[in-house]
Design a protein around this ligand. Structure first.
Ligand code: GLC
Length: 749
């Protein structure tokens, strides 16, 4: 439909029809088996069902075509329904969780994954995915860090923009693409104490200079929808925060898409104490510019009254409806309400060899090797035992892969059996213990628990036997898939006690130990690093988990993943992140420094820092050289939000270093560029990631790696409350992780 015809359609719609376009129903209103990702409200009337503009949680081409056919036929203006679903890191073919994708430091990988997810979801009837999550996360206690690509604004920005490009392509009317929805706006990752639905206290400086940068990158990538977050920002729930939504998101950041609330978030302004009732909540939300009310009765039952009482102008409803109609039009739904949904196409697409290969490669890239003493890896033994609850665990996805059938995931047992088929290597497998402690609480996911009645004595005996047989033991440990994701915050971030007990008993056998960790967050690894000959972080690897891990452990591929979030010595260090401030009394290296910023019982630094990860080889990097020591400052340039190429015509400096593979095998290293602004009108982080490049080198091979430093990289939210650069000295670091001190200085003058 032509855009001008949308206005005609709007003018022709009754007030009731317009308001109902802003109402999203839970999928249960249409089908019982819809995915429940929120608190489902009361029954809805046939009338509401006939006029509501969208629904979420449903999938299935035939089912959705049938619902759509009925809906369009009965709608007074035959306006199609929007189908939305959380396709976070996989629909059928499940990719590494976003935190694992962050570890790839490869936006191309995320883009390819998103393209495949969009194809599968679109064929299955979905129009919009509630992804990517661009929340900056710094607190491992929060279960939803699994859905983020980590603690760095730059990394999150490039990764989530790539996901938007993958989901949406050049035209969302194309039947292999869906509309993307960036969430949770804004700053949900700063939720107090790492708990969901909690308060966020942030200065405008922290908000704009750190937390909003990645969302902005998705807006610049053309994301079609944004979702409000459950948290308050400095006392105002996001769904009622007019400044945040209209001034910041729409005006400063230039977002012109549809703004949807999170599930129930408009109604939750009442328990928050911002609104006395749903009518006031509806008033605050429509004023703030929230277009769609996800699953509450606020808009549907109150907007008409608010207009009749003269409390809001009908224009506010019209502008919201026009944005919703525009999204439906961009999806081509007026021409094809089914958006090409086809069971036949879906069957052909899902789990295709090509999709599996892309997913398998993503797993390999996401694995982070933290320890490898005396080159314990790659495996080099004829008698190998895999021991631990992850030997056969099928739930290798995160709890947000809601359409994933875990039976389709490749387990470690399956992959290792395949990998060593027909060789003279003998394998043994033993689960050793249950995945979870007896008293584990999985909250909403508790129904996913099984085999609690396992005979742990028997499991242990089998494990000791398997250890006795082997020259090398692979311990397959991890937190449950259902201890990560929404409403899974944890005050303790260690592995289950029962797994640590098993590890201790296997360690006592004196065998060489390779430890694999399946996790959705940074963990307190206790003494596992010291007690393991090698230790690798696997995150939530998804469908091809077993295959990708076997590919790396057998040495077919060298690991190359880098930590997207810092790993602490203990949970007491949380929130923990590398790009922090120096303070007025930075802690010197000596242990007993008095009156400096420190703990008595724990280092300040991460146990394993952001950007850290080993390969099977050994890389060296030369000192940093700059092609000049001064960058000419452009005058009179600033912007309200972090804007790319603000200084496109500005001066540049080239930073170079030579990287050499000093080891014995070909491997891929990720060279990282960090910059520090030594003095600013506000204090600046000790380092900030501003670029990275992957280099694959053969043994003995060297290559020059250069980065063009632009003035854009130096812009920040200054005391003048705009993004701009300030003259002064800067340090440029080039290294293999955020702890590098390999640096050179230049001056912006
Ligand atoms: C949930 C989540 C959000 C998700 C939405 C719809 O509560 O907070 O990330 O997209 O509901 O499922």
């Amino acid at each position: 439909m032509k855009k001008e015809d949308l206005q005609k359609l709007l003018n022709d719609m009754s007030l009731e029809e317009k308001i109902m376009q802003l109402v999203q129903l839970p999928g249960q209103a249409f089908e019982d088996d819809a995915a429940i990702t929120g608190i489902a409200e009361a029954e809805v009337s046939a009338k509401v069902k006939q006029l509501a503009g969208s629904t979420l949680g449903l999938h299935g081409a035939d089912k959705l075509r049938k619902i759509q056919e009925e809906y369009v036929k009965n709608h007074p203006h035959h306006i199609p329904l929007l189908f939305m679903l959380d396709v976070i890191h996989g629909h059928d073919t499940v990719f590494p969780c976003p935190l694992g994708q962050g570890a790839t430091f490869n936006p191309e990988t995320s883009k390819k994954g998103a393209q495949i997810q969009a194809k599968e979801a679109a064929a299955d009837g979905i129009h919009v995915t509630f992804s990517p999550m661009a929340d900056l996360v710094r607190d491992a206690r929060w279960g939803r860090v699994v859905e983020s690509t980590g603690e760095d604004p730059y990394l999150n920005g490039v990764m989530t923009a790539a996901m938007v490009e993958g989901y949406q392509g050049d035209n969302i009317a194309d039947h292999d693409h869906v509309a993307a929805c960036v969430k949770h706006f804004a700053a949900y990752g700063g939720s107090e104490a790492g708990r969901d639905y909690n308060n966020v206290e942030l200065s405008e400086y922290a908000l704009k200079d750190q937390y909003l940068r990645a969302y902005k990158k998705t807006v610049d990538a053309g994301v079609k929808m944004a979702m409000t977050s459950f948290n308050t920002l400095n006392g105002i729930p996001s769904s009622g925060n007019k400044w945040l939504m209209r001034d910041v998101l729409r005006k400063e950041m230039g977002f012109d898409g549809v703004l949807i609330s999170d599930w129930g978030a408009i109604g939750e302004m009442v328990p928050w104490g911002l609104a006395a009732d749903l009518k006031e909540a509806a008033h605050l939300a429509i004023e703030a510019g929230v277009d769609i009310d996800m699953c509450t009765e606020s808009y549907g039952f109150n907007l008409a009254t608010l207009i009749e009482e003269g409390k809001i102008d009908e224009k506010l409803v019209d502008e919201a409806v026009l944005r919703v109609l525009n999204l439906k039009n961009e999806l081509g739904l007026f021409e094809d309400p089914y958006h090409g949904a086809s069971a036949e196409k879906y069957e052909k697409l899902t789990f295709s060899e090509e999709s599996r290969e892309v997913a398998r490669a993503a797993v390999r890239e996401s694995l982070v090797l933290l320890e490898n003493k005396e080159n314990a890896l790659p495996l080099n033994s004829k008698k190998i035992s895999l021991i631990g609850p992850y030997v056969d665990e099928k739930n290798l996805q995160s709890s947000w892969a809601i359409t994933c059938n875990a039976d389709t995931n490749v387990t470690l047992r399956q992959a290792f059996t395949e990998a060593f088929e027909g060789t003279d290597t003998e394998l043994r497998f033993a689960n050793g213990c249950t995945l979870l402690d007896e008293d584990a609480d999985l909250g909403f996911f508790h129904s996913h628990l099984d085999n609690f009645e396992a005979d742990n004595e028997k499991l242990l005996a089998e494990a000791l036997e398997a250890a006795d047989f082997a020259d090398i033991v692979i311990m397959c440990l991890g937190e449950s898939a259902f201890q990560t994701g929404e409403s899974t915050s944890k005050a303790e971030i260690k592995l289950p006690e029962i797994q640590l007990e098993l590890f201790k008993k296997i360690k006592a056998t004196g065998k060489k130990i390779i430890t694999l960790i399946f996790n959705g967050r940074p963990l307190d690894l206790g003494n596992l690093p010291e007690e393991s000959d090698a230790l690798m972080i696997c995150f939530r690897p998804g469908t091809e988990g077993g295959h990708g891990i076997a590919d790396v452990l057998t040495g077919k591929f060298s690991p190359q993943g880098k930590l997207p979030m810092s790993f602490p010595y203990c949970v007491g260090q949380e929130p923990l992140y590398y790009n922090n401030f120096n303070t007025g009394r930075p802690k010197p290296t000596d242990r007993y420094s008095a009156f400096t910023t420190r703990y008595l019982d724990c280092p300040n630094e991460a146990r394993y820092p952001f950007g850290y990860g080993l390969t099977y080889s050994d890389f060296e990097i030369s000192e940093v050289t700059l092609d000049k020591a001064e960058m000419k400052k452009a005058e009179g340039i600033s912007s309200a939000s972090a804007t790319p190429s603000l200084y496109a015509d500005g001066d540049k400096i080239v930073a170079t270093a030579t990287v050499t593979n000093k080891g014995k095998v070909e491997a891929t290293q990720t060279v990282q560029l960090y910059i520090r602004d030594l003095v600013g009108s506000r204090v600046r982080p000790v380092k900030e990631l501003k670029g990275f490049k992957k280099v694959t080198l053969a043994p003995g091979e060297s290559t020059e790696v250069s980065f063009v430093i632009t003035e854009d990289m130096l812009a920040f939210f200054t005391l003048r409350n705009v993004f701009e650069t300030e003259a002064g000295k800067f340090k440029v670091f080039l290294g293999f992780d955020s702890a590098t001190e390999n640096a050179a200085e230049f001056e912006l003058k």
